[in-house]
Design a protein around this ligand. Structure first.
Ligand code: GDP
Length: 480
């Protein structure tokens, strides 16, 4: 009847950590050996794009066994997918433009002509790198909040004449929270007053330790304006990709993530998707979120019509019935009936989730209840405070609360009003948001309401710590 997290992971060829993360977002802490009931297993399998055939209640496993298990033999290297992040005006857009021009085959095949939300460049060796073309953190965390991990590597742009700024720190926290390695690009090296050493020591204060300080973060000095250092940056990205050993099975029905989408008057729904595994083909029947469609056209960023697209390839597709949201997962299924089944199931599952959200969201109480009978003991928390000093004091006090069994994990601590990006990060990490002497913006409040993220306000540190302490002791296993 039941299946352990580990077994389910094997059957789906999905990392255990990804299943655990998914369950955390549902407000449930699990570990590898924990058992899942049939309903939960089915929900997870469907979320990860597997179609579950359940003849009887006990048939979850059988249904999953029919799925393709990726083994060493059918995995092939795939290009890294890179997101560029950094403070406003530090040169993200300029760098994306400059990198676009490093493509070596543009001459013959026509350059990158369209903005579709992502593009791929090819280097002389024939290797490729995919860049997400929507800089900034909003897109990154919106996708993460939906559980889509599309980025393999974050390139953190820091202007050499400006140094580490608030959004630089935010970017670091986002990257760390999702476990994505960072490559630092110190930009504007051509400018008077460029001071790369200052940048590096400032980064150290935020635990981004570069090689020359004994860490393992790579640094490349660039000038997006003068187009200098770009080859080296791409080279570092490819090296990092090698370390990550990025592979996917191209030889299976595709799974892709929606990057952008819009309704085009003449063409209907146009969506840019990034293929994550398998090969997407023209004519494929797909399910995206709770919608279905048939792929009528596949176009790349060069305006070329394609018959198919493989792992890490970003392409624009036509043929979806409705407009999906960024972060939605697209799955190829064998026929239209199957597509309807999956879409219906997802619509039902979503309804269940949203009606049950008050109790399974990120509220402290519900987390406490969930934690009570589990053994994983980490309480993720996101903190926003009015001044740096308070934020530090709170983090310091929380650290002191940690004991062997339970500890608070600060996903982000920052200064300023609670914004949408905070709520998205909180949602993605399964954390409540704590505001100390700050409020949430209207947009952030609305989003929190929709996503079931709890926001708590405090103006006395003692009260805050006391509450957290209460939650943490509630998480302790009963002594018996
Ligand atoms: P974003 O907000 O991070 O996307 O930054 P932009 O790419 O829009 O760049 C902000 C400003 O910095 C623009 O005026 C760019 O021309 C300028 N800029 C970007 N890269 C460089 C560079 O390498 N050197 C110099 N001198 N200016 C740059």
């Amino acid at each position: 009847e039941n299946i352990t997290v580990q077994e389910l992971s094997n059957r789906m060829a999905v990392r255990v950590a990804d299943i655990i993360k998914f369950m955390m977002r549902q407000g449930q802490m699990m570990k590898q050996s924990d058992e899942l009931d049939a309903d939960t297993a089915e929900l997870i399998a469907t979320e990860f794009g597997h179609t579950v055939k359940r003849v009887a209640e006990s048939d979850v496993e059988e249904g999953l066994a029919g799925d393709i298990v990726d083994s060493d033999e059918n995995l092939e290297p795939r290009p890294p997918v890179v997101t560029i992040m950094g403070h406003v005006d530090h040169g993200k857009t300029s760098l994306l433009d400059a990198l676009r021009q490093t493509d070596v085959v543009s001459g013959e095949a026509g350059g990158i002509t369209q903005h579709i939300g992502a593009y791929q460049v090819r280097v002389a060796s024939g290797q490729r790198v995919t860049f997400l073309d929507t800089p900034g953190h909003a897109a990154f965390s919106a996708m993460r909040a939906r559980g889509a991990q599309v980025t393999d590597i974050v390139v953190l742009v820091v202007a050499a004449d400006d140094g580490v700024m608030p959004q630089t720190v935010e970017a670091i926290q986002h990257a760390k929270a999702s476990g994505v390695p960072i490559i630092v690009a110190i930009n504007k090296m051509d400018k008077q007053g460029a001071n790369p050493d200052k940048v590096l020591s400032e980064l150290t204060q935020h635990e981004v330790i570069v090689e020359q300080f004994g860490g393992d973060v790579q640094v490349v000095k660039v000038s997006a304006l003068k187009k200098e250092g770009l080859e080296e940056l791409v080279e570092q990205i490819l090296l990092q990709a090698e370390v990550l050993n990025l592979r996917a099975n191209p030889d299976r029905p595709a799974e892709a993530v929606v990057i952008e989408s819009k309704l085009d008057k003449g063409r209907g729904t146009v969506a840019t998707v990034l293929v994550q595994m398998g090969t997407l083909k023209r004519g494929d029947i797909v399910v995206v979120g709770a919608q279905i469609g048939r792929i009528r056209a596949i176009t790349n960023e060069r305006g070329q019509q394609l018959q198919n697209a493989g792992p890490s390839e970003p392409v624009e597709i036509m043929g979806l019935e409705g407009v999906p949201e960024p972060g939605n997962v697209l799955n190829v299924v064998e026929n239209e009936n199957r597509a309807r089944e999956v879409a219906d199931y997802r619509a039902r599952a979503k309804k269940q989730r949203t009606t049950g959200i008050k109790s399974t969201g990120t509220s402290l109480e519900s987390m406490m209840a969930k934690f009570k009978d589990s053994t994983a003991k980490e309480l993720p928390i996101l903190i926003k405070a009015d001044v740096q000093g308070s934020a530090e004091a709170i983090v310091g006090s929380l650290e002191k609360l940690a004991h062997e069994e339970v500890r608070a994990r600060v996903v982000l601590s920052g200064v300023g009003a609670i914004n949408e990006s905070d709520v998205q990060l909180a949602k993605g990490s399964g954390a409540p948001v704590i505001g100390f002497n700050v409020r949430a913006s209207k947009e952030a409040r609305d989003l929190a309401e929709r996503e079931g993220v709890e926001i708590r306000y405090y103006n006395i540190i003692y009260d805050l710590i006391d509450d957290i302490k209460g939650v943490m002791s509630g998480m302790l296993a009963p002594l018996n």
